[in-house]
Ligand binder design. Structure first.
Ligand code: DC
Length: 218
């Protein structure tokens, strides 16, 4: 049996940084499920699909073949065979992913792939529904959160460090909108699994969060 560490939580809580570090410490693969939803959203945006048109999303998503592979330990997302890692990190794609991930057909396709990956590999997987739906029997489940203000500040620093101009108020508004969408959708909403450990990282460093998760694996 593979060993499974599930990390769920809202946008910007630091899940991917922490998950990547934990995976490295344990020698597991890191599966960033948000990147898969982002690749699907990117595909829909390039096809100019209206985010409000559920039927069009459902039809169009069938033509998006999303797979992942690993290069030097880093996850590469392939969309119809093309590496899209460099295309999926914008706010536009993130906001579209939050909308298109509500669609049952989109979830069905990506959840299947995630379950398969965890069957044959020891994984640290992060997302919104990992502990509740994708890996309900995970060995360790964590719900990682932080206040919307702290998350917005971190995102603002990340973007300005990359030289992007942005408005911290708008970032916080987007974060709150995405939280609402992700928590209130019908299928696989973001919520803490009953058996997940809650970590509020508002006042914790990345090192402290990583150590807390490694401790849970003992
Ligand atoms: O973690 P992220 O910001 O890259 O995720 C982008 C969007 O994808 C997020 O707002 C909701 C969706 N998502 C999801 O529905 N289920 C997951 N397991 C991961 C992400």
């Amino acid at each position: 049996m593979s060993y499974q560490i599930a990390i769920d939580g809202p946008a910007g809580a630091g899940k991917s940084t922490v998950a990547r570090r934990v995976a490295k410490e344990k020698g597991f693969i890191y599966v960033d499920t948000g990147a898969m939803y982002r690749a699907m959203a990117y595909y829909l945006l390039t096809r100019k699909i209206d985010p409000a048109d559920g039927e069009a999303i459902e039809k169009s998503c069938i033509d998006a073949d999303i797979t992942i592979q690993y290069e030097n330990g880093e996850q590469v997302v392939l969309l119809n065979g093309e590496n899209v890692n460099g295309m999926i990190r914008s706010e536009e794609v993130g906001n579209m992913a939050s909308i298109s991930s509500k669609n049952p057909r989109v979830r069905e396709r990506l959840t299947h792939l995630q379950k398969e990956l965890a069957k044959s590999n020891d994984v640290v997987m992060d997302g919104r529904d990992i502990g509740t739906c994708v890996l309900p029997d995970a060995d360790v489940k964590v719900y990682l959160t932080a206040s919307a203000g702290v998350r917005a500040k971190r995102r603002f620093h990340e973007l300005t460090a990359k030289g992007e101009r942005c408005d911290i108020k708008k970032i916080e508004e987007d974060i709150i909108t995405r939280d609402k969408q992700d928590m209130n959708r019908e299928i696989a909403p973001l919520r803490q699994a009953e058996d997940a450990v809650l970590l509020d990282a508002s006042d914790m460093s990345i090192d402290e969060v990583v150590s807390a998760i490694l401790e849970l694996c003992r």
